[in-house]
Design a protein around this ligand. Structure first.
Ligand code: TSB
Ligand code: ZN
Length: 644
């Protein structure tokens, strides 16, 4: 007998005939709804895959990352089958999985209406219940092209024509077939909890010169309970969405006239921003950072020398040329300007570290599809600094930045974050400078610093800056997606490129090391995070308007003006509502604007020369004098800042 040895997930080795199917070896697995696929030597495959050589097997359970991927991809197929059975003539194109779900792009003249989406969902339920077997078959490329051509699936034909493979795989369920690499769930009954979440137009191959396709988004989960929880979080996230709140609270706008990714800060948003800026600059000054101001343009040669031109060009805007052939670019990073400042003077080892900081405005080209409110933009101002230090100072400086980050996060009450050690991809010589010894050395320093601070971290290959590895601090949003807020980057490359020097103890010229760091990130991304983190309810110290003064009737306006002038003079941000509206209406408006305090003034307050504050959320404070109220406000801010 022609037999092979298969190592099972529990470590047992069994001898089976070559060509045996995985689900024949362990039939119990085939009926265990929790296992949706297997891995042969780490490669995900269908449970019905035949084994043709010695190998080891692992199970893919539906709630593991691989399993969820299989489930979601299978749900995309289920949806495409439902769509084609309901709307004959609709062509299929591609249907990948994405975070938490999937989409499928269809060729159809008009978009799908909400009623049609409901019908599709219902049909999907039917097909899932029918528990159709999902089977894989392989065929020659040419045969597959022929098959899809006969079916009138022009897009599939185009996709296969672009494939390099001689043999392609197809998946069938019932009378429906799709080109696909797989793997898939064994039968449609494994798909138990899904929801279609949206429709959108999308260009074929993402190119706006191509025809428009109709995309349907969906999400799928192992259980109805998990789906319900996800949809609840989605609702919650929608309420907190900084794009929605930013509009409602009058914080910022994005105007088509100005351009996508170019945010405009409205007075209230600009107020919060200036508080953030002052907050971080004050801390930095107290820690020995020196603030500088540098222009947002520079000669393109500066970026050629720095290596941005070779490694970061995709994110840069093309140079502008002037009469004398001078070429200027909008800067995508501030480092070369700060390096220029460092080079401007002579440095002794005694002066180091030199910490140059700037709220540096910079411009990056981001694909229009990647732009999102304030969190991913094209024009941004970074809380940037470059620390030029001795090699023996790297550890202390890196640790210092990490501790600063921790302190700042405490001040903002940010708790849901994690550290990421972002490393180069050693295979990728285009995006990372080629110098293994340098990378390994730098990585070692960062590991030591993380160790000293005593925090755990995840490693991410390919996420480094082109000039060096970094420690990124990742913040989770309500849906658990993460984005980088703070970053600490160790760089031996730019000092070399710019031949930076200091005079050492022994009189010799030596190279300093650079640490690039951003603590509160770009003002844009920080603002996006904070809006969502607080759900628009800024704490007192950050709120654009801290106190709204409202009167019961016009009679109390004179006194109200006096109160608001007093509060303003004491440095509080106050608005007086002078409109002749009902008290309840004015208070409700103040609540909707999420202003921390509404101060109510009626005849009693005028009489007693007091104010009656109401905390956002409803709590009434007993009437008190303006100066007592100011004491209360001060105390509250101190508490928020951890100073009381
Ligand atoms: C820290 N040269 C370094 C600097 O010295 C630098 O620019 N690093 S960076 O490329 O990682 O960017 C710093 C931070 O800016 C990122 O960590 C991220 O929080 C923020 N950021 C980057 N791109 C965008 C963007 N398109 N929109 C908003 N914020 C961004
Ligand atoms: Zn930098």
């Amino acid at each position: 007998m022609d037999s092979i040895h298969v190592t099972l997930p529990d470590g047992k080795v069994v001898e089976v005939q070559r060509g045996t199917r995985i689900d024949e070896i362990t039939p119990a697995i085939a009926t265990n709804g929790n296992i949706v696929a297997a891995k042969i030597d780490g490669r995900p495959v269908d449970l019905s895959r035949r084994l043709d050589s010695d190998c080891s097997l692992a199970w893919v359970s539906i709630d593991s990352p691989d399993g969820l991927d299989v489930l979601r991809h299978s749900t995309a197929h289920l949806m495409a089958q439902a769509v084609q059975s309901l709307f004959p003539g609709t062509q299929v194109t591609i249907g990948p999985t994405i975070e938490d779900g999937f989409y499928y792009d269809f060729k159809r003249d008009r978009s799908f209406t909400p009623e049609e989406i409901e019908k599709i969902e219902a049909r999907m339920e039917e097909i899932a219940k029918a528990n159709l077997k999902v089977t894989r078959e392989e065929m020659l490329r040419s045969q597959a092209i022929e098959l899809f051509r006969r079916m009138g699936e022009d897009y599939k034909v185009a996709i296969i024509e672009d494939l390099p493979d001689e043999v392609v795989s197809l998946y069938r369920q019932g009378d429906w077939v799709d080109l696909c690499r797989g793997p898939h769930v064994p039968s449609t009954g494994a798909i138990k909890a899904f929801k279609l979440t949206g429709v959108a137009g999308a260009y074929w191959r993402g190119n706006e010169k191509n025809e428009m396709l109709q995309r349907i988004y969906g999400t799928a989960w192992p259980t109805r309970q998990a789906l319900k929880e996800h949809l609840r979080l989605l609702e919650e996230a929608k309420k907190r969405d900084h794009r929605k709140l930013g509009q409602e609270l009058g914080l910022f706008m994005i105007s088509d006239v100005v351009g996508p990714g170019l945010p405009i800060w409205l007075p209230k948003g600009a107020m919060v921003r200036s508080i953030l800026e002052r907050y971080i600059v004050d801390i930095e000054r107290s820690m020995g950072y020196q603030h500088v101001n540098t222009p947002q343009l520079a000669r393109v040669d500066l970026y050629k020398r720095s290596g941005h031109w070779d490694h970061f060009k995709e994110n840069m805007y093309p140079p502008m040329e002037f009469e004398n052939k001078e070429e200027l670019v909008l800067r995508p990073m501030n480092c070369p300007h700060h390096i220029t400042i460092y080079k401007h003077g002579l440095h002794s080892y005694r002066d180091l570290p030199v910490r140059l900081a700037e709220l540096g405005t910079m411009y990056r080209y981001e694909r229009s599809g990647a732009l999102s409110g304030l969190s991913r933009v094209r024009a941004m101002t970074l809380n940037d600094a470059h620390i030029f230090c001795l090699p023996e100072q790297i550890q202390a400086e890196t640790v210092g930045v990490l501790r600063l980050i921790q302190r700042v996060y405490r001040d903002f009450g940010l708790k849901d974050y994690w550290y990421r050690l972002s490393l180069r991809n050693p295979m990728d010589k285009a995006n990372f400078v080629d110098n293994d010894a340098m990378w390994d050395g730098a990585e070692g320093y960062l590991r030591q610093a993380l160790d000293e601070v005593g925090v755990s971290f995840k490693e991410a290959v390919g996420e480094a800056a082109y000039y060096g590895p970094k420690i990124d601090v990742q913040l989770n949003d309500v849906l658990g997606h993460s984005e980088t807020l703070s970053t600490v980057q160790l760089d031996f490359y730019l000092p070399e490129r710019f031949e930076l020097e200091y005079v050492d103890r022994d009189g010799q010229y030596k190279r300093p090391v650079m640490i690039h760091r951003g603590v509160i990130s770009t003002m844009e991304r920080m603002m996006a995070f904070l809006i969502e983190h607080y759900a628009g309810n800024f704490p007192l110290w950050l709120a654009p308007v801290q106190v709204k003064v409202v009167t019961v009737t016009d009679q109390q306006l004179d006194y109200a003006r006096k109160v608001s002038a007093e509060l303003t003079a004491a440095g509080w941000r106050v608005e007086l509502d002078e409109r002749n509206e009902k008290l309840g209406y004015k208070i409700r408006e103040a609540q909707l604007a999420k202003i921390p305090y509404a101060v109510v003034i009626g005849d009693k307050e005028v009489e007693a020369q007091t104010v009656a504050p109401r905390r956002r959320g409803g709590e009434n404070v007993a009437p008190l004098s303006v100066s007592d109220f100011i004491q209360r406000l001060k105390f509250e801010v101190a508490q928020e800042r951890g100073e009381a």
